[in-house]
Design a protein around this ligand. Structure first.
Ligand SMILES: [Zn+2]
Length: 110
């Protein structure tokens, strides 16, 4: 019997256990989906930087991978904010043109 510890409650379990004998938490590939690598990606696409919470809490992701995820998630978030900023600036200038009676400003969207 190879002993290891549950990542959640830290109590001893066997390495072959798929679920913790004490708290019932799934181990390794049976851990909750949002701690799996693919789950982190989905969470990032849904809630952006809040996915970092799962990255740090995940028992499945190593230290190096956590660093990589952090950089990727922050870059993704920065990109979204940049795109939003550009959109707002563009809309603002179009609105100003329209208010000044310049209908040609709409041609950018057609
Ligand atoms: Zn446990």
């Amino acid at each position: 019997m190879n002993e290891t510890a549950c990542w959640k409650c830290k109590k001893p379990i066997d390495q072959s256990d798929n679920y913790c004998r004490h708290c019932g938490m799934g181990q390794n590939s049976r851990a909750p989906w949002y701690y799996q690598h693919w789950g982190i990606i989905i969470v990032m696409l849904m809630v952006g930087p809040f996915a970092l919470i799962n990255v740090f809490a995940s028992p499945l992701i190593g230290r190096k991978a956590k660093l990589i995820y952090t950089v990727v998630i922050l870059a993704f978030t920065a990109f979204l904010f940049w795109e939003l900023y550009r959109f707002v600036v563009q809309m603002n200038s179009t609105m100003n043109s329209l208010l000044n009676g310049d209908l040609d400003a709409l041609n950018k969207y057609i």
